[in-house]
Design a protein around this ligand. Sequence first.
Ligand SMILES: C[S@@+](CC[C@H](N)C(=O)[O-])C[C@H]1O[C@@H](n2cnc3c(N)ncnc32)[C@H](O)[C@@H]1O
Length: 300
Amino acid sequence: MFAFQLWREFKLSLAEIYALFPSAERVFESEQICILNKISKQDILDTAHKIGGTIKIIEVVSETDIQKCIVSQAIESEWKFHYGFSIFGNTKSPQTPFVKGGEWNLKKELLHIKKSLKKENISSRFVNKDFKNLSSAQIIWEKLVEKKTDFNIIFTPLLDKEGLGVVYLWKTIWIQDIESYSQRDWSKWRDMQVGMLPPKLSQMMINIASTNKFPSPSGGGVRGGGSIYDPFIWLWTVLIESLHMWNKRIYGSDLSDAMVSTSRENIQTFILLHLFALYLYRHLFPCSKAMLCHFTMFKQ
Ligand SMILES: C[S@@+](CC[C@H](N)C(=O)[O-])C[C@H]1O[C@@H](n2cnc3c(N)ncnc32)[C@H](O)[C@@H]1O
């Protein structure tokens, strides 16, 4: 089972996830988190870097003995045990397990875990600042996904047989590469007055538009290999993201001549930045879907 932490525009994030994993079983959804079952970890990891609206993906278990889970992992750790812990959901609900009436508390839990680790003579450090949930930047900086030590607990309003709220626990397996998005964003020429479309929103639009429900005859979307046409090309965001998703043919047009020439500058920047990587890719994987981009610009 896997939990997806959603972007602030959570309805768009949900639409994208359901478009990408149409056959997964929906276990739970809220404004913060969506939990899916009957979905393969490999499929998730192969697709994750092309998902715009998910902040992190957590592999979950219905195990609630947090201390035991973390201590048993820490025992195997060769280095000082650095870890983080985040909570999702309503901790104040009367059905919340572990607390009788009160509120489940991250600070208390972090200190408990630290104490349990000390008891086992394990040197450890939690990276949460001010006992708050971790940000993406902290998780990336501390390399917690690679270390497999970003722990999460998700409280849901679902009830178990004893009438207690169902809780899911466990580790982050993937986190969105915020650095790569901002590089793609800021490498473009821009007009601050007109504004721009964020790359992750463009990815979401492409993914949502290529669902199984409305299949594109040419493929497209996250699975790549298709054709994408943007009739309002502006800063090329949608089309650059289409290339990132290995769609082979991209087409664009715009009412404004100025936008068409700006687009040329942006595609040139993109090609300069990525040409070497594309060259390597084509030589390393000569039989795979190398990016043979056919770029056509219409003028209206
Ligand atoms: C917000 S931008 C689109 C963002 C773009 N899709 C991207 O990926 O960066 C809107 C663009 O629509 C163009 N536009 C507005 N009305 C149009 C029309 N009737 N036909 C074609 N383009 C139009 C504008 O010139 C402008 O470049």
